[in-house]
Design a protein around this ligand. Structure first.
Ligand SMILES: C[C@](O)(CO)[C@H](O)COP(=O)(O)OP(=O)(O)OC[C@H]1O[C@@H](n2ccc(N)nc2=O)[C@H](O)[C@@H]1O
Ligand SMILES: Nc1ncnc2c1ncn2[C@@H]1O[C@H](COP(=O)(O)OP(=O)(O)OP(=O)(O)O)[C@@H](O)[C@H]1O
Length: 290
């Protein structure tokens, strides 16, 4: 099926939540060492990708606010060409559903899906760890999406240990404000000295988001979302914000809160998954021998 209709395949690029985000130090290159639990969700952007003989990388429609040459899927495709010497080109399109700049990893996930899909379509044969290494040059969040499992992460997010987590339902709410990841990480008010913990300690006690206290000071809207969601459970920010999430035991419970979400915010309900929808698709392709 896939071999006949490769151009029609919708390659999923899932969102992630950081179930904790501990900043444990600053490296000489300015990046921060962290400990985080990357929880993958079944809420996705979708890419269509087709291979071409031209060698050109073309985006069918621009992502709002992003120049095509800066688009992470274009950069991912060029990085794969450079790493493999592949002379083939590609035409890509992105069906965007994940709020941008929300700490949900949409851009990084798009890049990871482009790497995985093109590695398949171009038959460049790189392993997932090799693709993750290429992805790390594009962003600290790309490797987890390439590897495709909910995981405990250390380093800048590239040292991954898969950890199966309960398949909770999450309501994710994004206020109408933009938080710059670079601005938060370079701010003097950021807590950067949280002691390292073990995965076992996290699983027992949970953890906090070290960026949250700073972000709510700089962006009162994020505080408003947290206060509102706290009525229904323990709300926490993901990444450097601005999105905030709250766990629910059932889809119905999460959905009923989404129904009364104040109109100035956007939200979606998603289920936690331990295997990325992208990798479930790859498995399906392997199983059918397409
Ligand atoms: C905060 C997280 O979302 C947690 O999942 C990620 O670590 C951010 O990952 P990302 O968006 O892929 O970040 P990148 O595009 O690599 O970096 C954006 C900017 O954030 C800062 N940055 C990012 C990650 C990190 N571990 N330390 C940093 O100091 C750097 O100044 C960098 O210029
Ligand atoms: N395909 C893409 N999709 C979304 N953003 C992109 C894309 N390509 C480049 N970008 C740029 O990357 C920035 C970060 O996008 P993204 O949606 O990944 O943010 P984020 O969810 O806050 O990331 P993180 O969780 O890694 O902090 C955007 O503001 C945009 O300028």
């Amino acid at each position: 099926m896939l071999s006949e209709n490769k151009a029609l395949v919708r390659w999923p690029a899932p969102a992630k939540l950081n179930l904790c985000l501990h900043i444990t130090g600053r490296r000489p290159d300015g990046y921060h060492n962290l400990q985080t639990l990357f929880q993958l969700l079944n809420y996705c952007d979708y890419l269509t990708v087709s291979s071409s003989e031209s060698g050109q990388i073309t985006l069918q429609a621009p992502t709002p606010g992003v120049a095509d040459d800066d688009n992470l899927v274009v950069r991912a495709a060029r990085a794969l060409q450079a790493a493999t010497g592949c002379a083939l080109g590609a035409t890509l399109s992105i069906d965007k559903r994940i709020p941008m700049g929300g700490g949900l990893g949409g851009g990084s996930s798009n890049a990871a899906t482009a790497l995985v899909a093109l590695n398949y379509l171009w038959q460049t044969g790189l392993s997932l760890p090799h693709l993750a290494e290429i992805g790390l040059q594009l962003g600290a969040d790309v490797p987890v999406f390439v590897m495709g499992q909910t995981a405990w992460a250390e380093g800048v997010g590239e040292q991954l240990t898969p950890v199966p987590m309960p398949q909770n339902w999450y309501l994710v709410v994004t206020p109408n404000c933009h938080v710059s990841t670079a601005e938060i990480f370079s701010h003097k008010g950021l807590t950067r000295d949280t002691p390292n913990i073990t995965v076992a300690a996290f699983l027992e006690q949970g953890g906090q988001n070290d960026c949250q206290a700073l972000v709510v000071k700089l962006h009162p809207q994020v505080r408003q979302v947290i206060d509102w969601l706290n009525q229904f459970g323990a709300a926490q920010m993901t990444g450097t914000g601005a999105s905030v999430y709250c766990a629910f035991a059932t889809a119905e419970a999460a959905q009923s809160v989404l129904c009364i979400l104040p109109k100035q915010w956007q939200g979606f309900v998603a289920q936690a998954v331990n295997i990325s929808p992208l990798h479930s698709l790859l498995q399906q392709i392997d199983d059918t021998g397409a």
